[in-house]
Design a binder for this molecule. Structure first.
Ligand code: EPZ
Length: 438
């Protein structure tokens, strides 16, 4: 297993290209199942989860061809699904267990073919992560769903899903995406209330509209979808990854310096950038060609101590749970007490124990972490436990004295394309050790 060695103390300077959003690219890939038309997706991030979703599509019988960009940070994919009709339509456990977002093929398969078999994803490091919200709503649309041998076995006895007026018990990004896709080919009108409003939902809706879907209410918690008999192909460019961009903003805050993030959507980053401004970072939005090109300059004097801030994670437009771990690493360097509350997942503080090993002064009580800074972090070996926890350890390493060795960086590779190469381009002391060999 690869390791990263982070040598702290370097001040960051330069430009970082931000890749397409993993959490937008995954539902967009699943949406290709809704049509026999050709789907072309650009700005897919070159990360493990995208490769896994492509394998899931190929396991279902899709024809997927992939082109890498020259910097190998992104991919373009062409997806054709005209040969699935008589296939098994099964998303296998071997793939689903490595990436729970595979559940996003369930809605499109049921809507288009009236049958599907998808392995239950099982829990993951950050929580139980059930899929009841997906299954309850699909059953209300007319799907018959049983659990057999660890698989969700679904069919539509009536032949076609029917539109519903449905209120989700709690805000769920994945359930909103699955049901929005299912509704596009259902008969009649579907209204989804208490829907998630994350930017990735808006990007999926934009792709579905380009395929001919009729969707209103994008960006609001009430989505209205008028079912179509058929959807066409399209070419779609996935939005920039706000979580990758936010991770680099946190890296800058921890290390100090002056960097420019290329291809970002500043509006998607406001929950973080507003907070970072208060803690003592400078944020400058730059745009060219009437907004067609957007950049974000982030700067912080390495000699100036950050101010501590409280953080409460919440569904968008609240502070994103996917930046909580990274923010905790930054707050270990801020002067004062920071109270960090995780309200989305029940076990998303595993990075806290690893930060303590580096010398952070913090305590976890239930879903709340109390961080007392600043702490002088000292290099040692730590273990990555999940995708965003790994990013937090890299950020902590940038501020630590000595080398921080991070094991199990396959977690990082799930959601960050070449993070060590991007950090090296702005002067960070990071190197990857292949397979544990020196
Ligand atoms: C998406 O996961 C993201 N993943 C997650 O990013 C992100 O943390 C999460 O949304 C919240 O923003 C992708 O988009 C691929 P949810 P998802 O359904 O859809 C509970 C990352 O690091 N819930 O919004 O699985 C659930 O347990 C990943 O990139 C149910 O109870 O999240 C959680 O407590 C991690 N029943 C809450 O809802 C359900 O049927 C929000 O989950 C579904 C969810």
């Amino acid at each position: 297993m690869d390791r990263l060695i982070v040598s702290g103390g370097n001040i960051l300077s330069g430009t970082v290209p931000i890749s397409g959003a993993k959490n937008a690219a995954l539902p967009c890939l699943a949406a290709s199942l809704l049509t026999t038309g050709k789907i072309v997706l650009d700005h897919l991030p070159a990360v493990a989860d995208i490769r896994t979703m492509i394998k899931v599509l190929q396991a279902l019988g899709c024809d997927v061809t992939v082109d890498k960009t020259k910097d190998a940070f992104e991919l373009s994919a062409v997806v054709k699904t005209d040969s699935l009709e008589n296939g098994k339509l099964e998303a296998p456990y071997e793939l689903v267990k490595t990436m729970r977002a595979s559940i996003l093929v369930l809605g499109p398969l049921l809507a288009r073919f009236g049958r599907a078999s998808v392995s239950l994803p099982g829990g993951c490091a950050i929580g139980a992560r059930p899929v009841n919200l997906h299954l309850d709503a699909l059953q209300r649309m007319g799907a018959k769903i049983t659990i057999d041998g660890g698989y969700i076995v679904a069919s539509v006895p009536g032949g076609r899903l029917t539109g519903i007026d449905h209120t989700f018990d709690k805000v769920s990004v994945g359930a909103t995406e699955n049901l929005m896709m299912a509704a596009c080919l259902a008969s009649g009108v579907t209204v989804l209330r208490n829907a998630a409003v994350e930017p990735e939902i808006g990007d999926l809706a934009a792709m579905l509209r380009a395929m001919g879907a009729k969707i209103d209410g994008i960006g609001t918690p009430v989505l209205t979808i008028v079912g179509s008999d058929l959807l066409g192909g399209c070419r779609h460019a996935v939005i920039p990854d706000r979580i990758e961009a936010g991770t680099f903003i946190c890296a800058l805050a921890a290390a100090g310096g002056d960097i420019v993030l290329e291809r970002v959507e500043p509006d998607d980053l406001r929950p973080l950038t507003d907070l970072m401004t208060i803690t003592g970072c400078g944020i400058e939005e730059q745009s060219e060609r009437g907004g067609a090109v957007k950049r974000l300059r982030v700067f912080k004097d390495p000699g100036v101590r950050l101010r501590s801030r409280d953080v409460i994670t919440a569904p968008h437009p609240g502070f994103p749970t996917d930046l909580q771990a990274q923010m905790m690493a930054v707050m270990t360097q801020a002067a004062g007490i920071s109270i960090i509350r995780e309200t989305i997942f029940e076990n998303r503080f595993q990075h806290a124990m690893e930060l303590e090993r580096l010398g952070a002064n913090l305590r976890v009580e239930g879903n709340t972490a109390i961080v007392a800074g600043p702490s002088q972090l000292k290099g040692c070996t730590v273990m990555a436990t999940d995708l965003r926890a790994s990013a937090a350890l890299v950020i902590a390493g940038l501020a630590a004295k000595g080398d921080v060795t991070i094991d199990r960086v396959y977690h990082l590779d799930r959601g960050y394309a070449g993070i060590e190469r991007k950090l090296q381009t702005v002067g960070a002391g990071v190197q990857r050790v292949k397979g544990g060999r020196v």
